[in-house]
Design a protein around this ligand. Sequence first.
Ligand code: PHE
Length: 354
Amino acid sequence: MKTKIQELKQKFNIELADVRDTKTLEELRLSFFSKKGYISALMKELGKVPAEQKKEFGQIINGFKQELSDRFDEARRELVEREEELAVNCAEAYDESMPTVNPGGSYHPITLIQRELEDIFRSMGFDVEDYNEIVDDYHCFEALNIPKFHPARDMQDTYYLDTPNQLLKSHTSAAQNHIMMKYGRALKEQNRPIRAVFPGRCFRNEAIDACHENTFFQMEGIMIDKDISISNLIYFMKTMLSEVFERDITVRLRPGFFPFVEPGFELDIQCLICGGDGCPSCKNSGWLELCPCGMIHPNVLKYGGINTEEEPYQYTGFAFGLGLTRLAMMKYGIKDIRVFNEADLNALSQFVSK
Ligand code: PHE
């Protein structure tokens, strides 16, 4: 039995030396520790050992088990650290101190991702719209079913101008009402569904750090027609994200609250780095939160002049608010949000469209 343990130790050493990630490490662990693993086989053999030697062998096996499990723990710790580092440096090594590679000038990463998305949405029949950065309280909040003093306003604390009622828009949803007004007639009279995306700069009163900015970009999208349902929403989001990331994307919806949608959701995508198994980038959950969305609240449709009740114009619609800044960070592996607004040419000129 001693030789057997010796052999197993050797086997373990050889195999451990080949392990490069936590997944293979777990496989190796199972080959030793699972019910059908080598350790249980040893325990079975222990049953056959003469009674007077049982104690000695039992102790040897236990010592062996302990040694293995310590080494597994140590190896796991090292691998997790390495994988964390890898995840941080993923998405094509991006080094903001690299010398400028585009002497002829280049586009800002937000512009690149915004244009890419605009092309994708245009190909799906969406209009691309522009909207003001200075808006009034009505468009930013009231028309979105967020009355004065509603607690949902707390999350969107923004910058107010000296002129009464004017503020820097805290989200692209502020344009929803305008778009509905603009296209409502064509919807009713020509049966032309409203399909529009509207990218824009948004502002919030935030303390700035690597993950928070007071100025960021979103792209809002709405679609309104008869019989629009959550499946339409999922379809468009999945198609768009698969194009952006150039691979099939799995999405899921979780409930989320926004006064202007009912039901409201948070849309998650399966983690692009681990494929859903769990890794440091997705905090081991296998999912990344990407985009709030939902079915447009009937009040919001009504404020936008869209009929929700009267036959035969019972319209429904979906809305989503994609964080363009966040998407650019994910796509280009940018870890510090401050890069976008710092006008550091070395950092910003490294991005090229595909
Ligand atoms: N406007 C919301 C925000 O910025 C996001 C959102 C858009 C939620 C559309 C639902 C539908 O927080």
